[in-house]
Design a binder for this molecule. Structure first.
Ligand code: ATP
Ligand code: MG
Ligand code: MG
Length: 552
């Protein structure tokens, strides 16, 4: 790997350190809202924030930005903690909802200094009076309420004496500001909903832009890293921190969010896929969630490497999902044990092999790691090979099995196809072959060469298994390029999951621990499903095919 210089965020941090800011400390945070499971975009942000903390001997907090009671749930909190730990980080955990009293005090501070007011306009009036990017807004008729009036009304809001939508607390900044976010933004709104941690204590909840900077300041965050869409919220982030007695003033830095080809990443859409049962759950192996990637067989190291290599930038772009697949393939090539599984079985009877005899043949587990040792493969008179490894009228360049031709069975013998058996419809249902006992282990003493080597499984000892073949969930490379009037669900790939229930696997595979990954020879990498796999009912997920379509 080529050594790259520090990215633009680390450059900013380096400059701050050179200037002696923050007493030389670096403190970041990852602030998810617990309204869904984490996706790989969050993974990028996690690796960035925790990676920076590690690089600078600093600290990174995991903070739940749980200031909106409507969509937040404990299930999401639990899954987020699990995913962050899975990625290899073990942070101290904070909840923004623990700061509700602080937020309230700061709102009072703004009221007392004449920088906040209770606005009783309707939502529609507020929208109209906000103006447009080219037209200044209009001051609210309630903008000049006295401090005492504002205090009383805000107190009533807190106590639940108003209905939702009756009024809001707003910052008094500038209704003609060219940045729309600065036109007297909302600070608090009334929500008579139960919060997953504070119950019914509050009838008002703070807005993100108001709360977020204070959360950062309370935790002593030095660099508050967020995605580009918050760039024009930064003046507001700074305004709030400048206008109350905040303990410190963190620096907000924006970077481009991760977009992946053939993938949707917004939590709203992912939630929809789950609740409409288009996928089996948040951890469906086709989902771009961290739990989906985990179940698919991706490792934390592969996600971390991906995040490191795509880097951070100031410009939004689309990352090729093949790059992620290339990374996991490279890793598994080194680490995964080899095994044989036949996904589309065709029976082969070896006519000159003794009936009822089974012998055990050794097979290396991993050619790139001798320490992985070997396992014994039962071999007998009847085996299965892959259906498409046989062709009746084969062209010259077909190096697999066809009538009269000889191939090698991996770790076993050479066999020659003598006879083809078909059903009444003409489908090939069995091959009669003969083997050469002299070729045991896969070499011929007379130096005879065969071009093709096939995987196979003993019919007597092989075990029936379910294998799930996954492909992109969507058919469109850039999901931002949807045709007008179309919905992302119009682009669902009908073949994103192909379930094969008649597969035959070598016996050792049935005993695999759930979650363990193997290379199925000539097929790809497959992991035992963490939920559905058992020795009695083996289930494997294809992590990634062997073929590399990533062009470096
Ligand atoms: P979404 O827009 O997908 O619903 P979000 O930004 O609302 O995500 P949060 O829970 O607020 O989700 O995100 C937590 C952190 O993760 C934020 O700092 C956010 O900027 C970052 N993040 C979210 N999506 C991405 C992404 N695609 N790439 C990089 N960082 C992301
Ligand atoms: Mg958010
Ligand atoms: Mg969101």
């Amino acid at each position: 790997e080529k050594a790259k210089g520090p990215d633009f965020i680390r450059q900013i941090i380096n400059e701050d350190l050179e200037k002696g800011l923050n007493e030389g400390k670096v403190h970041t945070r990852f602030p998810p809202e617990p309204n869904g499971y984490l996706h790989i975009g969050h993974g990028k942000s996690i690796c960035l924030n925790f990676g920076i903390a590690q690089d600078y001997n600093g600290v990174c907090n995991l903070r739940f930005d749980d200031t909106n009671p409507t969509k937040e749930e404990q299930e999401y909190v639990d899954s987020i903690i699990e995913d962050v730990r899975w990625l290899g980080f073990n942070p101290e955990i904070f909840f923004a909802s623990d700061y509700f009293d602080n937020f309230y005090d700061w709102a009072l501070e703004l009221i007392d200094s004449g920088k906040a007011y209770v606005d009783s306009q309707s939502a529609e009036e507020m929208r109209l009076n906000r103006g447009t990017p080219t037209k200044p807004g209009t001051d609210s008729p309630y903008r000049n309420r006295t401090v005492q009036e504002n205090r009383d009304l805000f107190e009533k809001m807190r106590k639940g004496e108003f209905e939702e939508g009756a009024c809001i607390l707003r910052a008094k900044i500038d209704m003609a500001h060219q940045n729309m976010n600065m036109r007297d933004p909302a600070i608090y709104r009334i929500r008579k909903e139960s919060h997953h941690r504070t119950g019914n204590k509050w009838n008002i909840y703070p807005m993100y832009d108001f709360a977020h900077g204070f959360e950062d300041a309370l935790e002593g965050i030095t660099h508050s890293i967020c995605t580009l869409e918050f760039e024009n919220h930064r003046p507001l982030y700074d305004w709030f921190l400048d206008n109350v007695s905040a303990p410190c003033h963190p620096k907000q830095i924006e970077f481009a969010r991760l977009n992946l080809s053939y993938t949707v990443m917004s939590k709203r859409k992912l939630l929809e896929l789950v609740s409409e049962k288009i996928v089996s759950g948040w951890d469906d192996p086709r989902m771009p969630t961290l739990s989906g990637f985990r179940r698919r067989g991706y490792t934390p190291a592969s996600i971390r490497r991906f995040a490191r290599e795509i880097g951070v930038s100031k410009v939004n772009s689309l990352v090729d999902i093949n790059f992620l697949q290339y990374i996991i393939r490279e890793e598994l090539n080194l680490s995964a044990d080899r095994a044989m599984a036949v996904l589309d079985p065709l029976k082969v009877t070896i006519s000159n092999y003794p009936e009822g005899q089974i012998e055990e043949l050794p097979g290396e587990n991993n050619p790139s790691n001798p320490e992985a040792g070997e396992r014994m493969l039962p071999f007998g008179r009847e085996i299965y090979i892959e259906h498409n490894d046989f062709m009746e009228d084969a062209p010259k360049k077909f190096f697999r099995l066809s009538p009269g031709r000889e191939v090698r069975l991996k770790h076993a013998y050479f066999i020659t196809c003598d006879e083809v058996i078909k059903d009444d419809d003409g489908n090939v249902i069995e091959l009669i072959c003969s083997y050469d006992p002299e070729t045991k282990g896969g070499d011929s003493p007379d130096g005879r060469k065969v071009k093709g080597t096939l995987h196979w499984v003993s019919a007597a000892k092989g075990i029936r298994a379910e294998v799930r073949l996954y492909d992109h969930l969507f058919t469109l490379e850039n999901m931002d390029d949807m045709e007008e009037g179309k919905d992302y669900k119009d682009y669902l790939n009908p073949e994103s999951l192909v379930t094969k229930t008649e597969c035959i696997i070598e016996p050792s595979l049935a005993l695999a621990e759930p979650g363990k990954t193997f290379q199925f020879l000539r097929q790809g990498y497959f992991c035992a499903d963490s939920k559905d796999h058992s020795a009695d009912h083996p289930v494997f997920n294809r992590t990634v095919a062997l073929k590399d379509s990533w062009a470096k």
